[in-house]
Design a binder for this molecule. Structure first.
Ligand SMILES: *Cc1c(COP(=O)(O)O)cnc(C)c1O
Length: 367
């Protein structure tokens, strides 16, 4: 049987040992006689799973004590509305926030948040005149027109669709930075204390869809509009261990297994080295030939999501068909960008990237 490598942008590949462990524990979790799916979220079994999952995430990201970790639903897209509701203040209409647009996801965040308050786009890399240059870099921090009275500054630190990743963070003064890290959380060490809020949907680099993780500094919990639904009110959820409603229990359990796996790999410091090695392998090959290209600025090339184009786009279908026949799945680029995209999250082994490069070389030779 052909070895399969799944390059999906999300829901995405999970570590095989995690899936095997979930399989082994499927019918009877730790002698409880129940599947995790069948447990009360308030019972001692599940509350122990939740506590361990949070503790392991805190260890992995070195999360300071003055940050709450919330396990919510609605995905990162729901957060586009939940964030202004929680942070713009009691009277939404008078609230203002700064947003930076570096790709499709942060653009969507602006559109969604605009219903709730005054949203200032303080920098953008959306080049209207040129499809080829659109969303290919993070604008220089010095060019951002930041407002010192903004309630927060929103960024997307890895643009999944465009393959643009932040290289460092701007100095936002006292304005809390709110970062959508859906597609690169846990791929590298970060300093949580530089952020007010970090959030991400689980289905890229953490676990199954249905879970959204929010890490929020506790002094930001007092600003919600009274219109905020209780399930999306960070303070209410923080005071109730994310259990004001039934949390996505099975997704949390799998996320917990992924965190254990990551700790066993040596944590984010070790996985970063692997991620650098994988991304370098693919970018170096793309750059070595005119047959393929990637037009993202070198210092903003994502280690997780790598869009690339064939010089002759009429070969796209043949490329994808051959890839699939070689066990290389889900390489078609996002419809907004076209071309190809290889998502190489933590769970993608380097052998998968080696197999992709070998296929790309063979395809180039054949054409
Ligand atoms: C996938 C993704 C989203 C959307 O996540 P949903 O779970 O579909 O809401 C938002 N932001 C980024 C950066 C993403 O990668």
């Amino acid at each position: 049987m052909t070895q399969i490598y799944n390059f999906s942008a999300g829901p995405a590949v999970l570590p095989k040992p995690v899936l095997e462990r979930a399989q082994a524990e499927m019918l009877d979790w730790h002698g409880s006689g129940m599947s995790v799916m069948e447990m009360s979220h308030r019972g001692k079994e599940f509350t122990s799973i939740l506590a361990k999952t949070e503790a392991d995430l805190r260890t992995l990201l070195n999360i300071p004590d003055n940050y709450k970790v919330l396990f919510l639903q609605g995905g990162a897209i729901a957060e586009n509305a939940i964030i202004p509701m929680n942070l713009l203040g009691a009277d939404l209409k008078t609230g203002e926030a700064d947003y930076v647009v570096t790709g499709a996801w942060s653009k969507r965040s602006v559109e969604d948040a605009s219903a709730y308050g005054k949203i200032n786009v303080v920098a953008t890399s959306e080049v209207e005149s040129s499809e080829a240059e659109k969303f290919t870099h993070v604008p220089a921090f010095s060019s951002w027109k930041l407002n010192k009275d903004a309630a927060y500054l929103h960024i997307c630190t890895n643009e999944t669709i465009n393959g643009v990743e932040f290289d460092g963070l701007p100095d936002a003064g006292n304005v809390p930075i709110v970062a959508d890290m859906s597609s690169h959380i846990l791929s590298r060490p970060i300093d949580v204390s530089q952020y007010g809020v970090i959030y991400g949907g689980a289905q890229k680099n953490i676990g199954p869809a249905g879970l959204c993780i929010v890490i929020v500094r506790d002094d930001l919990l007092d600003r919600a509009s009274p219109l905020t639904p209780a399930v999306f009110n960070w303070k209410t959820q923080a005071e109730n261990q994310s259990m004001i409603n039934t949390p996505p229990t099975y997704s949390i359990y799998i996320a917990g297994l992924v965190f254990e796996w990551l700790l066993a790999q040596g944590g984010v410091v070790a996985i970063e080295q692997q991620n650098i090695a994988k991304a370098t392998l693919l970018y170096n090959y793309i750059d070595s030939t005119a047959f393929y290209s990637n037009n993202v600025a070198l210092n903003n090339r994502s280690r997780m999501n790598i869009p690339f184009f064939l010089r002759d786009e009429s070969l796209n279908d043949a490329f994808l068909k051959g890839a699939e026949a070689n066990g290389l799945l889900q390489l078609k680029g996002h419809r907004m960008v076209g071309g190809m995209r290889a998502s190489i999250y933590n769970a993608m082994p380097i052998a998968g990237v080696q197999a992709l490069v070998a296929y790309m070389q063979a395809f180039e030779q054949a054409h």
